[in-house]
Ligand binder design. Structure first.
Ligand code: SAH
Length: 353
């Protein structure tokens, strides 16, 4: 029943320590917390009845007090072009989120959403079109990885937080998620195999630098100067480019992790000679990696990608000037590859009904 349900606590969002204290609070031995944590985060149980080393009365008690919220699989699209799959999940309250699985030689990488919708409103992005619906809980971020690992039967070795949402706009939940997914008592995914992408929320980038993590921070740059950036990203109006770059330097200084800069190449907007020159000046001398992403045209937005030839010329110019740069290999273009597109299409289809 819906009413009973809302009173139950979201057990998957408790971290290892919290779950032990929680068990103490309900009159159980803390080691029960360890056992349950292992069921939830190592064995990926999705029902208390599966926890066979717990007594029946305890399983029933857990079921009364807590809930293992399941993300319901709505669609799974498997690309015919490359080993990429896109998932649309429905959360307990009806919110829709999407995740992407990309298989590489080195392992399986999952791109997760950190929010349902997004309030950053980047001009070329489909995720922000309907605004922010709500933040995702740690369990909902973990759940995307757990579900995909279970559905494929293959271990997830890398995580990128580059789906819908701005992780640093959902700071506490995001941080807890990182700690839990890399916890040795859970899936134990190395922090060096985790990348989080931000549009550049400066205070939280600095905070993150001080959390003692080993994750890679990717900054969505998209413009080589303040004015260009503001044209594409409203959030740039809140933080000067110089402050954003300083925050990246600070992250590197504190963590030793080389930042990645993402630059969506948009035809006639930021792909010219001058842009390349300015980008070189901005990045030269920085220990970083630049990832060029030919923009994914989104139906609601009027942006085009440059021709392959122009994108390559842009890349070569930077490379010749000592910038460590790659063009992101396109994946899943036949399955609504761009951020937020699958979710949008679903919302549109519902409207049309
Ligand atoms: N909010 C975070 C992470 C989500 S988006 C951020 O802004 O970084 C992940 C990356 O995809 C960002 O660099 C984003 O700017 C980029 N992106 C979004 N829509 C895109 C599109 N249509 N084409 C190319 N890149 C896009």
């Amino acid at each position: 029943m819906e009413t009973d349900r809302s009173k139950k606590k979201d057990i998957v969002s408790f971290d290892y320590e919290e779950l032990q204290s929680e068990m103490r609070e309900i009159g159980e031995k803390p080691f029960r917390g360890k056992q349950i944590y292992s069921w939830l985060h190592e064995k990926l149980a999705d029902d208390f009845s599966q926890m066979t080393n717990l007594s029946m009365p305890l399983r029933e008690k857990l079921d009364r007090l807590y809930e293992i919220r399941k993300a319901e699989l709505v669609t799974r699209q498997i690309s015919k072009k490359d080993p990429t799959e896109k998932y649309l999940f429905k959360l307990f309250d009806g919110c829709m989120i999407e995740s992407v699985l990309m298989k590489y030689d080195y392992g399986n990488s999952v791109c997760i959403s950190s929010q349902a919708g997004c309030r950053m409103g980047c001009r070329f992005c489909a995720s922000g079109i309907g605004g922010l619906v709500r933040n995702l809980t740690p369990s909902e971020m973990l759940g995307q990885i757990y579900r995909i690992q279970k559905l494929t039967g293959e271990r997830v070795s890398n995580v990128v937080v580059m789906g819908t949402g701005e992780p640093l706009d959902n700071y506490d939940n995001f941080l807890k998620f990182v700690r839990m997914i890399s916890d040795e008592h859970g899936l134990n995914i190395g922090q060096r195999s985790i990348t989080a992408s931000t549009c550049g929320i400066v205070p939280n980038m600095k905070r993150l630098a001080e959390e003692n993590l080993q994750i890679t921070l990717a900054l969505s740059l998209h413009g080589s100067n303040q004015e260009k950036r503001e044209k594409l990203m409203p959030v740039a109006g809140r933080y000067e480019l110089s402050e954003v770059m300083e925050a990246c330097d600070y992250y590197f200084e504190k963590t030793g992790r080389r930042p990645t800069f993402e630059y969506s190449l948009v035809k006639d907007v930021n792909d010219g000679e001058d842009d390349a020159k300015e980008l070189i000046l901005l990045l030269r001398g920085r220990n970083c990696h630049l990832n060029l992403i030919p923009v994914n045209p989104v139906k609601e937005r009027d942006f085009q990608r440059p021709d392959r030839k122009n994108a390559l010329a842009f890349k070569n110019k930077l490379e010749k000037n000592g910038i460590n740069v790659t063009i992101r290999r396109e994946r899943g273009s036949d399955i609504d590859g761009a951020c937020g597109q699958l979710r949008r299409r679903y919302a549109d289809a519902k409207k049309e009904k």
